[in-house]
Ligand binder design. Structure first.
Ligand code: HEM
Length: 561
């Protein structure tokens, strides 16, 4: 016994060394195999697979005053322009461990997105985990199935119905603010983005947790309780002032791209520590951003805990809203799955951040385009007026179902998303090889970055791809059939891991534009085409000056009550 004990430490050391050696050999083997397969795909030259094209990326990130994520994405776009036009894909060896295949062909994209073995997210998604944790957007397949089951009910049609009164409530406040601006400043706003962004944020906060709507006043909303960073919430009441954490999130996700260049970050999973190191080394202001995010996360936790306490004391206060439903799973002994505080927090974080940025981007660009295309705005106005007349004649109110009658409105929103997709790139990682129609085999463990933004403007599928032309969705000709058959229009991604919030986003967009176009005529005050959209993790929202003018005889207001 004593002899065994004396050699035990030695045995453990040998075992650890063996595990390391086996893993290195395994990695080497995977690397070699991937290298061999990917050699056939066009892409920039490199001399060995351990370093690959890393230098290309380092050059970008080391450029002074350059935004890392912007550089990263424009490099991918440039590479696909240079090498990807023939096959619709190119490879870049993002050494030492990440071969990346950049996809710009609709058919290949669909093949990957619809494959059961390609549900894992690409490695770069890990970089934003320190902000939104290992939530539904970034987690791997096994965890994702569970998270989807938990989140899906809150984004289904039944839940969306219950979100309508809250959305109407915030639209009324939005109108009051715009009316005030018409009185004080001729209806001119220097920047349209905060107008949209604060509305989206308040509605999201309300939809998570509004539970009493009394005399048309919301008594409890996630944000009004949050008091995030002493910024007044609701943000609409604060006069279109965006809370600080929104801007900080943008800056931090941007900077986190620098982590992509540190191979150890792929193994070392404590994202927050990686981030702390990164932000500390950059500058104090970035460090402040990090602490702001941590405070945001702490506030979210506090709200959940307080609400839990309250519901424990009085179960009858429970509503059907997202936060309460999740909390209830903790108190109900018959629950299929008991969510812990961390899991609820992860869902809340994702809902706020994921739901806010994407929708704000899409709405701000739609507004921008409508403000520059008066004829299209006119046509939309006619459709909305006719819809409101019908509602009035039939004594109906605005509902999810009847809003879908507004076909031209839907076309405008979809066309704006085609030109400026909120999520311009999606990424996947393969658990098995995939064989393309042209015989090329893409090996396991490859990261795919699918440039949706480029596919949505592919002239093969979209005639005059840079034109804002909502009617293209109504046509029934060869062009439409072509992109429909090839599923070339997918701004919400595709396959079973596509956007869960699509209907939610469409509802919010429809409501906003029925209200804005119904109430005002809108003019974008900059020169069309001068606004240069930057591609980031998300497309950057449109910042542009805008002017609202009252319409005469508008009927919309009585439908917002
Ligand atoms: C115009 C607005 C939006 C656009 C264009 C959009 C687009 C997308 C895209 C492209 C993805 C796939 C990302 C990937 O595969 O990496 C995605 C995922 C997702 N989106 Fe959205 N989104 C929008 C709004 C929203 C909103 C408002 C919510 C919820 C409040 C939401 C919830 C989700 C969820 C839960 C996922 C993850 C789905 C999964 O992995 O199963 N989205 N979205």
């Amino acid at each position: 016994m004593a002899a065994i004990l004396s050699i035990l430490p030695f045995g453990i050391i040998i075992a650890i060394i063996l595990i390391i050696i086996v893993n290195i050999i395994r990695l080497f083997f995977i690397q070699y195999r991937s290298y061999h397969c990917l050699k056939t795909i066009p892409g920039p030259d490199f001399h060995n697979p351990w370093i690959g094209n890393l230098k290309l990326f380092i050059d970008i990130i080391c450029k002074p005053n350059y935004r890392p994520s912007q550089g990263f994405f424009s490099l991918l776009k440039d590479l696909s322009d240079e090498y990807g036009s023939k096959l619709g894909l190119c490879r870049v060896w993002f050494g030492p461990f990440i071969p990346i295949v950049v996809v710009t062909d609709a058919n290949i994209a669909q093949k990957i997105l619809n494959s059961e073995h390609h549900l894992d997210k690409a490695t770069p998604y890990r970089l934003v985990r320190f902000v939104i944790f290992d939530g539904i957007l970034t987690c791997n397949t096994e965890k994702w199935r569970q998270q989807k089951r938990e989140l899906q009910p809150h984004l289904k049609l039944k839940a969306l119905h219950s979100y309508l009164p809250n959305t109407k409530h915030y639209l009324t406040i939005l109108n009051e603010k715009i009316d005030q601006c018409i009185k004080d400043n001729d209806g001119k706003f220097m920047d349209a983005k905060p107008v949209v962004s604060t509305f989206v944020l308040d509605v999201l906060g309300g939809n998570i947790s509004v539970y009493i709507l009394m005399n048309n006043h919301i008594i409890f909303s996630f944000f009004s309780k949050a008091n995030f960073f002493s910024t007044e919430f609701n943000s609409l009441s604060a006069g279109f002032k965006e809370p600080k954490f929104i801007e900080r999130f943008e800056r931090m996700t941007d900077l986190s791209y620098v982590n992509l260049l540190k191979p150890w970050t792929y193994f070392f999973r404590y994202e927050w520590l990686n981030s702390l190191l990164l932000f500390m080394t950059k500058n104090m202001d970035n460090l402040k951003s990090l602490f702001l995010i941590l405070r945001f996360q702490r506030s979210v936790r506090e709200i959940i805990n307080n609400r839990l306490e309250k519901l424990r004391k009085n179960k009858d206060e429970k509503t059907s809203m997202m936060l309460d439903t999740m909390i209830e799973s903790r108190m109900n002994p018959n629950s299929m799955k008991v969510l812990n505080i961390k899991e609820i927090e992860t869902h809340m974080n994702f809902f706020i951040i994921g739901g806010h940025d994407t929708t704000t981007t899409s709405l701000s660009w739609t507004l921008y385009l409508l403000g520059h295309h008066q004829q299209i705005q006119e046509q939309l106005r006619d459709e909305i007026d006719q819809y409101l007349d019908e509602l009035e004649a039939n004594d109906e109110s605005i509902t999810l179902l009847n809003m879908k009658r507004l076909k031209y409105l839907e076309c405008c929103i979809l066309e704006a998303l085609r030109l400026y997709p909120s999520a311009p790139i999606v990424g996947r990682r393969g658990r098995s090889p995939i064989k393309l129609d042209n015989g090329i085999i893409l090996p396991t463990h490859v990261n795919y970055l699918i440039i949706i933004a480029k596919i949505l403007k592919d002239p093969k599928y979209f005639h005059e791809p840079n034109r804002f032309y909502p009617e293209r969705f109504l046509l029934n000709n060869d062009e439409t059939k072509n992109w429909f058959t090839h599923s070339a229009y997918f701004p919400f991604s595709a396959g079973i891991r596509m956007c869960l919030g699509r209907e939610y986003a469409m509802m919010q967009s429809r409501m906003l534009f029925i209200n804005l176009i119904g109430n005002y005529s809108i003019k974008s005050l900059d020169n069309y085409g001068e606004l240069n959209p930057t591609m980031n993790v998300l497309h950057v929202p449109a910042h542009f000056p805008i002017q609202f003018e009252h319409r005469t005889n508008c009927k919309i207001r009585k439908f917002m009550i």
